[in-house]
Write a new protein. Structure first.
Length: 413
């Protein structure tokens, strides 16, 4: 005769709470062990507090890792469409915005924590906060989890959903990797992703806060290896903005491997170089006596003008614009359409939205999220070597992998 299974979920973030609900709905006894004083802390910070909780286009092509196709089974079983229905039943009214991003109509990330807590309590899930897991021991009849305070919990299966190292203020300290290693798992190299990029240059404080719509490319070995377009923001350390976050993963990966990497910024990407050159010449003809710097007012941000002209090797920016030579015009066009910076690194874990790298997915069954090394051990969310693009893809992975892990962890003995 079958008996009720006890599932221990380590980590009360997005993936952990989803795993707990999934397992409990199948009749398992479920205990969440969360090191923070409360569950779901990181969710509150997502989407600038609005919570971009999925993307209607979620598919394997939006994910990274040593084997992005690992995501296929989970994303197919618990799709973005299923996610919308799941949360609608909990009370989250979805609103689809640009590029398939989905937000709650309330525009409050706290709505997710509210409905999660309501459902977890309604289902009778045992939530233990301030429960820092020190060891997970695989024993003959299941698992024993030891906490730092000396307490122990015994269960039939474990879902490891501790997250990565990104945003440590939310409690993500990478401790889950050590737990996985102790159980025999391999952890690939980890580094910050969806993060700002630091550049070499002495003028960034002068243009800090300047924003424009343009294109960002990561250049390695004279080839473009990542590209995105949108709002780019100069900061005192380099650059930020959605396109920068998108391409930062490739930059971080190459830097981790000891490679020299460059950022190419196209500030004016709405016309060809020839068209831009013709436009500048036309503007010169319309005001030949204007100072060089003033002649660019209305074309690019005023604070950028002296920096761009200096980068184009034009020292006297007050001379009449008609005195610009063909070579000087070409250099200006070059900066506006292909401004290159050496990347000195990315910002750290505190600024990163997600962790790249993690538990090797070759050691995990993609259809069940169960460890291939330890029977009854399951993984969910960011702890695995899977990370998504910006735009709701990382939370979708948390929901999909958490749901599958919880379901299989609760399967009848």
């Amino acid at each position: 005769m079958s008996r009720q299974k006890h599932v221990l979920v380590v980590g009360g973030g997005a993936a952990g709470m989803m795993a707990a609900i999934s397992a409990r709905r199948l009749g398992a006894k479920v205990t969440i062990l969360e090191k923070n004083p409360r569950v779901g802390k990181k969710i509150l910070a997502t989407g600038n507090g609005r919570c971009n909780f999925t993307n209607i286009y979620a598919g394997t092509e939006y994910y990274y890792g040593n084997n992005p196709k690992f995501t296929h089974s989970a994303l197919s079983a618990f799709t973005a469409e299923y996610t919308l229905r799941f949360f609608e039943k909990l009370g989250i009214q979805p609103r689809v915005e640009d590029a398939g991003k989905v937000f709650p109509m309330s525009d409050q990330a706290s709505s997710f924590l509210d409905v999660f807590l309501y459902e977890l309590n309604a289902l009778g899930v045992d939530i233990r906060c301030d429960a820092c897991v020190k060891d997970i021991l695989a024993v003959k009849d299941g698992f024993i989890i030891r906490l730092e305070d000396g307490k122990t919990h015994r269960g039939d299966s474990v879902v490891l959903a501790t997250g990565g190292k990104a945003m440590p203020s939310s409690g993500s300290d990478g401790s889950g990797y050590d737990l996985a290693k102790k159980l025999g798992h391999t952890v690939t190299a980890i580094f910050p992703a969806l993060v700002q990029i630091m550049l070499e240059g002495s003028f960034f404080k002068r243009i800090e806060g300047v924003k424009f719509v343009g294109t960002a490319e990561i250049i390695y070995d004279n080839k473009s290896v990542a590209m995105d377009r949108g709002d780019i923001l100069f900061a005192n350390y380099g650059v930020s903005g959605p396109p920068i976050l998108q391409v930062s993963r490739k930059a971080g990966e190459l830097i981790k491997a000891g490679k020299k990497v460059y950022l190419k910024i196209i500030m004016i990407d709405s016309m060809t170089r020839e068209e831009l050159r013709a436009l500048i010449k036309k503007r010169i003809a319309m005001g030949t006596d204007k100072p060089v710097d003033f002649s660019f007012v209305g074309l690019i941000n005023k604070r950028l003008i002296p920096v761009v002209l200096k980068e184009a090797c034009i020292d006297d920016i007050k001379r009449p614009v008609a005195s610009l030579s063909e070579k000087e015009i070409n250099r200006i066009v070059g900066i506006l359409t292909d401004w290159r910076f050496k990347i000195r690194g990315t910002k750290g874990w505190q600024s990163a939205q997600v962790t790249a790298g993690g538990v090797d997915t070759n050691e995990i069954n993609p259809g069940t999220m169960e460890s291939k090394l330890v029977k009854g051990l399951y993984f969910a969310g960011e702890i695995m070597d899977i990370d998504g693009q910006c735009g709701g893809f990382n939370l979708q992975w948390a929901w999909s992998s958490g749901f599958i892990a919880g379901q299989n962890a609760a399967s009848i003995l």
